[in-house]
Design a protein around this ligand. Structure first.
Ligand code: AMP
Ligand code: MN
Length: 218
């Protein structure tokens, strides 16, 4: 088992731990961007209430429900449609960062489920129509661009955004584990992401200057 990872049984044996379950839902697709760039797979993530990108899911209470039942309940709230998740979809469990050192340890359980393209599209529709969390805990579903255009556009730019908890490494790990992009494309995208990150920092400093200047106006 990789460092920091816990088996499902070890995780459940932790008394006093809190548990959160999240899932990466994805499908294959033949759709092409601009009629020529294959999208290959649709992977669903979401823009969360805290401005971070993450996977659908949330806190579960293993004393009252199984991890998978709890995840199903969270998915119904966030996606507006029932998406049954089973133990076979479990990928890993590990301790997650907690906002305060004093808060109870949090174990993040991660699942990956492959679906049909029509089901993924139904989830996207339900997420903005029937989901009770839409516009509150969930600001919108997003697809992960898996291609690279002119070096940094596409996957590289996507990976340079800010993610909750382990979401970025869960995404990167799943892309490799399930063969959704080539290791070479992913490696190059991550190198470009670091560059994009530097550009973002420059851009943010310029925006900060702008707010300072505005603040001085009468
Ligand atoms: P949520 O209700 O989705 O915000 O998730 C419940 C808890 O899990 C929160 O404390 C989040 O900070 C944390 N969390 C959310 N997504 C992840 C993730 N992908 N990896 C680790 N922790 C996460
Ligand atoms: Mn959530």
């Amino acid at each position: 088992m990789a460092s920091g990872q816990l088996s499902r049984a070890e995780a459940l044996a932790c008394k006093g731990c809190r548990h959160a379950c999240h899932v990466m839902l994805y499908c294959d697709t033949k759709t092409q961007l601009f009629g020529k760039i294959p999208l290959r797979h649709i992977i669903l993530m979401q823009m969360r209430f805290d401005g971070l990108l993450g996977f659908p899911g949330g806190l579960v209470n293993p004393s009252k429900e199984t991890l998978e039942e709890g995840l199903g309940r969270e998915l119904l709230e966030e996606l507006g449609v029932a998406v049954p998740i089973s133990v076979e979809d479990h990928v890993d469990s590990r301790y997650a960062p907690t906002p305060l050192p004093s808060s109870a340890p949090l174990i993040a359980h991660f699942y990956v489920k492959k679906m049909e393209e029509e089901q993924i599209i139904e989830v996207e529709r339900a997420a903005v129509t029937t989901a009770t969390d839409y516009g509150q805990e969930v600001l919108g579903m997003v697809r992960v661009p898996l291609y690279s255009i002119r070096g940094s556009a596409g996957l590289a730019c996507f990976l340079s955004h800010s993610f909750i908890g382990h979401a970025r490494s869960q995404l990167v790990d799943s892309l490799l584990r399930f063969g959704l992009v080539t290791p070479d494309l992913l490696h190059k995208a991550l190198r470009h992401s670091l560059e994009t990150h530097k550009d973002n920092a420059k851009d943010l400093r310029a925006a900060l200057e702008l707010t300072k200047a505005k603040g001085k106006q009468p």
